[in-house]
Ligand binder design. Structure first.
Ligand code: F6P
Length: 322
């Protein structure tokens, strides 16, 4: 293999730059040319491609976002769109492609792999951590810590005013961010799609907490698909028990900012592993980390199989959220 391409796609995640940097360094160390595809699949279809050398990836390990840009173009979902991408890859002589993103990215990539002579390796980069085949995705740890810092701040003001707060965190259809940030912040309740709770039950718990003399109550809520779902839950609780409640939707603040040390190290490890996987002839796989070791998962498993929450953490909830 003489030339590989790299792109980031879907929602950006802190650590994507660290991953790009590591892949570039790993490729150059083996005298392989590496090209950066800008704006994700949009740049792949339009041929927005630049060579990456050591200077291009200097001093980016600490930066959030992605130096290559990202996108979610509808056109790539069409046969015509993918034909354009395959044409660009052939024109540029790209033999292997590294994609940093989530399961949606890998689903799109696998269609490319079927239609051309290109080897594809995915790297899990999403704050949601909802990728089967890796214990952690790049960006998750940073998002949890960003949410945690915000929740800690809200706790101060909630306690001062004896208030009930609903704090919505991201995570798409999964509760990984809510679970970890909720446990770490000492939230009274954590509402996640994997363990739904009726508004009636939640109201009973809230009444009980104030009855026990708590000054503030923090309910961490997973967004469950789209931002703002918590507003309706808070409205229902307010109507039922009449407590004054505030809602804080943390939103995209969780996606930005410098990656944590943990994310930088994970991203560096997987960025190198992705290049090595291509050189070893791997195709149609995601490189992840399972039990501390690099692991390869067929791309289709990343969207067909569901990653479960860690039962060691969910078991703790009954004791901790009380
Ligand atoms: O997948 C990452 C993520 O941040 C999700 O947590 C969230 O649901 C979604 O992307 C938001 O997407 P957008 O940036 O398009 O609003």
């Amino acid at each position: 293999m003489k030339r590989i391409g790299i792109l980031t796609s879907g929602g950006d995640a802190p650590g994507m730059n660290a991953c790009i940097r590591a892949s570039v360094r790993a490729a150059l160390a083996k005298d392989i040319e590496i090209l950066g595809i800008r704006e994700g699949f949009a740049g792949l279809m339009s041929g927005d491609i630049v060579p990456l050398d050591r200077a291009a990836i200097r001093n980016i390990i600490h930066l959030g976002g992605t130096m290559l840009g990202t996108s979610r173009p509808e056109e790539f979902k069409t046969i015509e769109g993918r034909a354009k991408a395959i044409g660009v890859l052939a024109d540029k002589g790209i033999e292997g492609l590294i994609l940093i993103g989530g399961d949606g990215t890998f689903q799109g990539a696998s269609l490319l792999s079927n239609g051309g002579n290109i080897k594809i390796v995915g790297v899990p980069g999403t704050i949601d951590n909802d990728c089967y085949g890796t214990d952690y995705t790049i960006g998750f740890d940073t998002a949890v810590n960003t949410a945690l810092e915000a929740i800690d701040r809200i706790r101060d003001t909630a306690d001062a005013h004896q208030r009930l707060f609903f704090i919505e965190v991201m995570g798409r259809h999964s509760g990984f961010i809510a679970l970890k940030s909720g446990i770490a912040s000492g939230a009274e309740e954590i509402i996640i799609p994997e363990a739904p709770m009726s508004p009636e039950e939640l109201c009973r718990h809230i009444t009980g907490y104030f009855g026990k003399g708590k000054r503030s109550i923090i309910i961490v809520v997973a967004e469950q698909g789209h931002a703002g779902t918590t507003l309706e839950l808070a409205r229902q609780v307010k109507c039922s028990i009449g407590f004054d409640a505030r809602v804080c939707i943390l939103g995209h603040i969780q996606r930005g900012g410098p990656p944590t040390a943990r994310d930088r190290v994970l991203a560096s490890r997987l960025g190198i592993a992705a290049v090595q996987a291509l050189l070893n002839g791997k195709d149609g796989h995601m490189v992840g980390e399972v039990n501390g070791e690099v692991a390869y998962t067929p791309l289709e498993d990343t969207w067909n199989k569901t990653k479960k929450l860690d039962p060691n953490l969910t078991e703790m909830l009954e004791i901790l959220t009380d």
